[in-house]
Design a protein around this ligand. Structure first.
Ligand code: C2E
Ligand code: CA
Ligand code: CA
Ligand code: CA
Length: 278
């Protein structure tokens, strides 16, 4: 039934038959991991393609399982997302990211931080109030926080997403359409969504210097974003040629292994020495 579909456990039982047991084990481990603060955040720089300056960082979840080793967020986020545990996780991720931003502020570095927000958390009516409370508690100005929401999540319920994003914008918080190009958004909704940034999905960026249709898609996404007044980011930049091409076609920001890998807070702080403290 529809009700069972919405409930995490029934959802596991109904679909994904081969790995149901594995997912249930993972869910138990995740409950414990959340209590033990085992999940941490790494930070990957977003770089200005013209100046090479650090424009901000994206927080990416990392889970070091005590016996299974590192588990990718691509594996464990969907498991959390199928239950209401995702709300606790979102709270923890926002708290960690804002505390880190506050620590950087104390050290003299003003670094905007982007946090990935899952569909369920975005569409939760309490979400804007949670953000307001966390900003207040950590003392971080709203404009240093950006939330990244996938195009797919926004399009799952565009009207609610629009309402929530308007409330978040009132706090000064910025928002970004993540994985753009994979979620079938209509131009009408793109125009209506109160977002500030468009992130072109890495699947288009990766081989744009070899695949002409991907280059054309990246180019048109940049034009569309700029026509809507958005900052455009390319993710998954893995070589110098791609970075040069992005710069040539006017992409504002770039992110990827060629520029920097996701790093621990200490490692990222290490790269800041020599950067002007703002
Ligand atoms: P995403 O938001 O699209 O994040 C980009 C992913 O690409 C990250 O993988 C990042 O480490 C990886 N990446 C960055 N540069 C390159 C590159 O040059 N080449 C390649 N091949 N990959 C690159 P990661 O950290 O494994 O995260 C995977 C996904 O898990 C994220 O995709 C995001 O959807 C989700 N995720 C991660 N952290 C969180 C979180 O705190 N909350 C939520 N809701 N989702 C998260
Ligand atoms: Ca992201
Ligand atoms: Ca992305
Ligand atoms: Ca992605």
């Amino acid at each position: 039934t529809a009700k069972q579909q919405r409930c995490g456990f029934s959802h596991f039982a109904a679909g994904h038959a081969p790995d149901t047991a594995a997912r249930l084990t993972l869910l138990g481990d995740l409950r414990r991991a959340l209590d033990a603060d085992e999940i941490t955040l790494y930070y990957q720089p977003k770089i200005d393609t013209r100046s090479g300056a650090l424009a901000g960082v994206e927080a990416l979840a990392r889970w070091q399982h005590p016996s299974k080793g590192p588990i990718s967020p691509a594996q464990f986020i969907p498991v959390l997302e199928a239950t209401s545990l995702i709300h606790r996780f979102t709270d923890q991720a926002l708290t960690l990211a804002l505390r880190q931003t506050s620590a950087w502020l104390d050290a003299g570095y003003r670094i905007p931080v982007a946090v990935n927000i899952s569909t369920r958390s975005l569409l939760d009516s309490a979400f804007p109030d949670r953000i307001a409370a966390l900003l207040h508690r950590t003392g971080v100005p709203g404009d240093l926080l950006c939330i990244e929401v996938t195009e797919h999540a926004m399009m799952s319920d565009p009207d609610t997403a629009t309402t929530v994003l308007h409330r978040i914008r009132e706090l000064g918080v910025r928002s970004s359409i993540d994985d753009y190009g994979t979620g079938y958004s209509s131009m009408a909704y793109l125009k209506a969504l109160p977002v500030d940034e468009l992130k072109i999905d890495q699947s288009f960026v990766k081989d744009m210097t070899r695949d002409h249709s991907n280059l054309a898609l990246v180019r048109s996404a940049i034009d569309l974003g700029h026509n809507l007044g958005l900052t455009v980011v390319a993710e998954g930049v893995e070589d110098a040629a791609t970075l040069a091409a992005l710069h040539a076609i006017g992409c504002d920001l770039a992110q990827g292994y060629h520029l920097a890998r996701p790093m621990s807070p200490a490692a990222l702080t290490g790269t800041l020495h020599g950067q002007p403290a703002r």
